[in-house]
Write a protein that binds this ligand. Structure first.
Ligand code: IP8
Length: 284
C-alpha cells in the first residue's frame, strides 16, 4: 500500500518541517525610502503609508526592521559616530537614539493607521554589546506569530566599557536570519534593485558571482548599498532567498511574498535553489 503508516508519518514530519522552516518573513525598510536623505529629519509619510497599506496584504507573520535615513544617519554624521565600537560623544549617542525613536514612532503610527498591530522593539531588547541574544530573538518570532508585527531599527547602542557603536538595521536582518531562518528576506530600497551599471540603470535580476561597484553615500555611516549587498549575500549563503525591491512600488513586496512575478534583484538562497529549479512559479 502506498498510503501506509510510514507514508503518513513521513508526510507529517515533512509538513511540520515546512511550517517550522518557512516560518516568517523579514522586511527591511531602508532609510533612503522612508526618509528623504537630502533633507535632515524628513520622513516620507506618504511612502510609509503606502508601504503599510501593502504590508497589510501579507497574511504571514512578518518582522519589520527599518533604517536611520535622515534621522539616525544625519546625527551620526554630525557626531562622527560609526559602526566601530569606541568612546563616542555621549551627547551624540543620546541624540541619535532619540531621533530613531522619533522615526520609529512615525512608522508605528502609519502601521496602526492602516489597521496593523506593530510592536516596537528597540534593539536593546535583543542585543548585548554587539551580539544578538538568541533567546530574545526567538521571542521576537513568537511575537510575530501572535499577530503582532515586531518593528525594530538600526540604532546607537551601548557596547560596554564606556564604548558605544551604530548598529545597522541591515546587520539586524543578518542576526535575525541566522537565528530565525525566515522564509525570505526583503530589502525595500529607493531603487528597483541592484544595477550592473549605475548610468544605464541596467537591473540585475539575479546576483551571481561578481558584485557590481556601488556609489558611496557620505550621509550613510553604516555603508549604504555596499553593506546591504554584503548582508544579503551572508543571508543567502545561510539558505534564505533575499529580494531587493523598490519600496516606492510596494506591490512588488507583496508579489515577492506571494511568489508572483516582480521586478527586483534576487540573491538566491542555497537552501531554496533546488525548489526554484523544480518549479515554474518563480519568475524573475
Ligand atoms: O540605516 C542605521 O541603520 P541603517 C541607524 O539600517 C543609525 O544602517 C542610528 C544611523
Amino acid at each position: 500500500m502506498f498510503f501506509n503508516q510510514d507514508w503518513f508519518r513521513r508526510t507529517k514530519y515533512f509538513l511540520i518541517e515546512q511550517i517550522v522552516w518557512y516560518n516568517m518573513i523579514l522586511i527591511k525598510l531602508g532609510g533612503s525610502i522612508i526618509t528623504n536623505k537630502e533633507k535632515p529629519l524628513s520622513a516620507r509619510k506618504k511612502i510609509i503609508d503606502n508601504l503599510a497599506k501593502n504590508l497589510k496584504k501579507i497574511k504571514e507573520p512578518i518582522i519589520v526592521v527599518h533604517g536611520g535615513g535622515s534621522y539616525g544617519h544625519y546625527w551620526s554624521v554630525k557626531y562622527d559616530m560609526h559602526t566601530k565600537e569606541r568612546k563616542y560623544d555621549i551627547r551624540g549617542v543620546s541624540i541619535i537614539k532619540n531621533s530613531m525613536i522619533e522615526l520609529n514612532k512615525i512608522i508605528l503610527d502609519s502601521l496602526l493607521k492602516n489597521k496593523l498591530n506593530p510592536y516596537s522593539l528597540p534593539p536593546t531588547d535583543f542585543m548585548s554589546s554587539n551580539k544578538p541574544i538568541p533567546n530574545k530573538v526567538k521571542e521576537v518570532e513568537k511575537i510575530a506569530k501572535s499577530g503582532l508585527i515586531p518593528v525594530t531599527y538600526g540604532d546607537a547602542l551601548w557596547f560596554g566599557q564606556n564604548k558605544t557603536y551604530i548598529l545597522s538595521g541591515d546587520k539586524i536582518m543578518t542576526h535575525f536570519a541566522k537565528i530565525l531562518k525566515p522564509r525570505l528576506c526583503i530589502f525595500a530600497l529607493n531603487e528597483d534593485g541592484l544595477y550592473s551599471d549605475l548610468k544605464s540603470k541596467k537591473l540585475i535580476s539575479e546576483l551571481k558571482g561578481n558584485i557590481p561597484l556601488m556609489s558611496e553615500n557620505k550621509m550613510d555611516v553604516t555603508g549604504g548599498m555596499t553593506r546591504k549587498v554584503e548582508e544579503a549575500i551572508k543571508i543567502s549563503k545561510m539558505g534564505t532567498n533575499v529580494f531587493f525591491v523598490n519600496g516606492r512600488k510596494p506591490e512588488r513586496i507583496v508579489a515577492a511574498v506571494k511568489n508572483r512575478e516582480f521586478k527586483g534583484t534576487v540573491f538566491r538562497g542555497k537552501r531554496n535553489a533546488w525548489r526554484i529549479s523544480n518549479t515554474s512559479r518563480w519568475k524573475w
